[in-house]
Design a protein. Sequence first.
Length: 294
Amino acid sequence: MSALSLREACASFPASATRKRLQDAFRRSLWWLASVGSLVAIWELCWYAGLADPLLLPPPHIFLSNMSEQFQFFSPAGSLEQGEGGSILPVLAVMAWTSMRVLLGLAIGFCGAVAVGVAIRYFHIFGKLTLPTITLLAPISPVAWLPVAIFVFGIGDLPAIFLVFISVFFVIVLSTLSQIDNVPPSYVHVARIMGADRHQVFRHVILPTILPSLFVTLRLNLFAAWMVVLIAEAVGVGSGLGQVVMMARNTFNSSLVFFTMTIIGLLGYCFDRALLWVQRRVLWWVGPSVVGGK
């Protein structure tokens, strides 16, 4: 191969890689649209077949036609006050409040749980003092903590953040302990032979080995976090998407229920995609099959 042809091949490589990524993204988008479109089509067919009451389950064409009318039930503060009809800004404000509570609860819960799990395995006295209590509290449903959260934190953002924290904390702690115990002893043995101390073994062997599974556990608990934050908002916060759903239920406004459910589904999907994006960059040493999210 001549020097000119080699240069041309090297120059075309980035373009080919970029084109392949764009094609993959376009293909995934088509499958996503096909999946959502199938659900909407089944929904519409059920209405035409008379299997659904339009007052309780409005068909997609009616739901989409009056979607802008649902904006009036949102206020910029995320409360149940009457918002400005036709404006999307209050809707975005309510979405931001709920997303902030989920994000803070997940971040604090994940980082705190990993730290506690590592401390339990590395400091035996700390483990003997804390592990029985964690094992005792782990089976309690996060929703059962709502009265405690309201008693301690009052009405506001903190009860919702606390419930999201609880929904991931105990699971991640126990998962961290399990993953540390499952690290192959040969990995640690080789690191010791090469002169690594305790800190280096943890940083370069144990942590890179357990993080992929911990991220998978966090992703699975993301959906539980959305469930508990909506319950907290409906009962103990006084604002957010959960409160809007509760108001819609009390007023038998099925269109508002489905409008809010659509927002929650889209936010959950965006959070899941964002978490996969973080995984790919934090876990750069593992392959896409381990990270997932194709």
